[in-house]
Design a protein around this ligand. Structure first.
Ligand code: ADP
Ligand code: MG
Length: 273
């Protein structure tokens, strides 16, 4: 094994998360617990989750509806706060970050794909995909150019100018994936990204996510109901009764693309420039 090298990775322009390369997980949780209370009713979808995700891994989280998959992804994306326990990104406890850094984490480190695409139907595909850049106040022209390139990557190079509301379900999900990646995040979180699609479109979206995962050296965590798609990831974990446990044997070919760079210090968005 290589010696550990400490590198400051420019996740934010002016601030950096310290990343310990090699031998370390990029994202991990410790005793992560979420309790929802309404009146007398208490729901505990996450009950002491210890999850460790390696750089470059692709993980599927499976589990019945209501088991807490979305809750877990929202906590990993810092879109919600845990009741107790910690989420660490590159050894930084998320909830000890400043508001500014936390915003950077949400906007730039993590890309999120929802089951429903949440596109703005009256805006074009390019405008939708450019939204995270526009939020960061990147100039419109530059944002649309980057969005157009991502639309090309997701197979919609000729649809940039089309209104999102006029696209098919599968095409809309492709735009949502372009939008999730336009800031070049290092982590892609996807919450049942194929859940609303027919089998053929679901396959197509999954193939696309696999390809992007490898070509952009992402760390990807996706929740899915579809166990045959889940098996094509590196690792499948089942969430039930608040606990995560290994599930399903991975596909024999799963992860082959991953091992090519798993220990090679996959590049992060800052390094890709
Ligand atoms: P999944 O994504 O696996 O279907 P969720 O994470 O959406 O499951 O939900 C897990 C449990 O937490 C469910 O019982 C759900 O009703 C409950 N839950 C989720 N979000 C909230 C909330 N904001 N308020 C109260 N209960 C919630
Ligand atoms: Mg859900």
């Amino acid at each position: 094994m290589q010696g550990q090298s400490r590198t400051s990775v420019a996740v934010a322009d002016d601030q950096a998360f310290e990343v310990v390369r090699d031998a370390t997980s990029v994202l991990h949780t410790h005793n992560l617990t979420k309790v929802f209370r309404s009146g007398q009713q208490e729901t505990r979808p996450l009950d002491g989750i210890d999850l460790s995700v390696e750089r470059g891994e692709m993980i599927a989280i499976v589990g019945p509806s209501g088991s807490g998959k979305s809750t877990l992804l929202h906590l990993l994306a810092a879109l919600d706060t845990p009741t107790s326990g910690e989420v660490y990104f590159a050894r930084n406890s998320l909830w000890s970050l400043s508001e500014e850094k936390l915003a950077e984490y949400r906007n730039r480190t993590v890309g999120f794909v929802w089951q429903r695409h949440h596109l703005l139907p009256d805006f074009t595909a390019a405008e939708n995909a450019a939204m995270p850049l526009l939020v960061r106040k990147v100039a419109l022209k530059q944002s649309l150019k980057a969005a157009g390139e991502w639309l090309g990557e997701v197979g919609l190079g000729d649809r940039s100018e089309q209104r999102a509301g006029e696209l098919s379900g599968g095409e809309q999900q492709r735009v949502a994936i372009a939008r999730a990646l336009v800031n070049q995040p290092s982590v892609l979180l996807a919450d049942e990204p194929t859940g609303d699609l027919d089998e053929r479109n679901a396959e197509g979206i999954f193939d696309l996510m696999l390809r992007l995962h490898h070509s952009h050296r992402l760390t990807t965590i996706l929740a899915t109901h579809n166990s045959s798609l889940a098996r094509r990831t590196d690792r499948v974990l089942a969430l039930e009764h608040g606990k995560l446990a290994p599930a399903l044997e991975p596909h024999p070919l799963a992860g082959l693309g991953n091992t090519q760079f798993a220990n090679a210090g996959a590049k992060t968005p800052g390094e890709r420039g």
